[in-house]
Ligand binder design. Sequence first.
Ligand SMILES: Cc1ncc(COP(=O)(O)O)c(C=O)c1O
Length: 305
Amino acid sequence: MNVESKFVWHQGKLVPYEKATIHFLNTSFHYGTGVFEGLRAYDTSKGPAIFRLKDHMERLLSSAKILGVNNLPYDLDTLMESCKEVVKANDLKEAYIRPMFYAREGGWGLSLKETVWDYSVAAWRWDKYHGNQAKNEGIKAKVSSYNRNHINVSLTKGKICGNYVNSVLAKAEAQRSGVQEAIMLDSNGFVAECTGQNLFIVKKGQIKTPVPHLILEGLTRDTIFSLIEDENIPLEEMILTRDHLYLADEVFIVGTANEILPMVEIDGITIGDGKPGPTCRKLQELYEKLIHGKLEKYWNHLDWV
Ligand SMILES: Cc1ncc(COP(=O)(O)O)c(C=O)c1O
């Protein structure tokens, strides 16, 4: 994937893509101390709208808070506005949006004490994380040999850059095994989440999803909860084991980047009948309507740019 973007909102203003650079001697780059978000803007009949903008930017601030940072240079309103501006400046109808706080100076010696922070946000066209074929036909996954970050190793409620080495290792291992995604267990062996997505299973008409103790509680997960409620399908947050996955009628994963993606094979075991199931299909259909502004009930989730 090539990132193609004309302008980036960089350190307080829109600059041409080539000018949005950061020096090699930046401690967020060295130690993984940046915090970031991933959002999407969708085309609607009233123009492009950013999905759950405020929630994402609040989570960005929460990520900084749990990292122990309290001297960020921008407030929530400016952050929200920066996302809108970068979508507008690039004339994008649909976009993936990537805001990030990172060190501008300080932070050497692994100390956050005197770190000064800066912020940039880019937007570009990134159609589908795993591709449209994956959305329609489903993907294969593997239970990773890497555990999800333990809460006393890293803080999983934040999108802290360094956390993602854990995801990258799991994803690389999965890809070397010839499958597209990794399912990560917690250090007790219970299902946590995927590398950048939350997971759901369907069994005998009931939907189940892991308890939130170790996962990033995704905004897509939260949105799916509402759609499940609208459809009157029973939903339970519970401890899930890998055999729950193997024995499920359906497994699907959700996240901003890839939206709703069915899993049709895990560890070489066929899930259900090996095709995306009806519950996943229904939720995909409703989610598609919701993000494109076709469900008025959810207009509060859309910020028109
Ligand atoms: C580890 C992890 N889990 C879950 C998610 C899904 O979160 P969301 O639906 O808010 O994109 C993400 C993506 O941000 C993630 O990085």
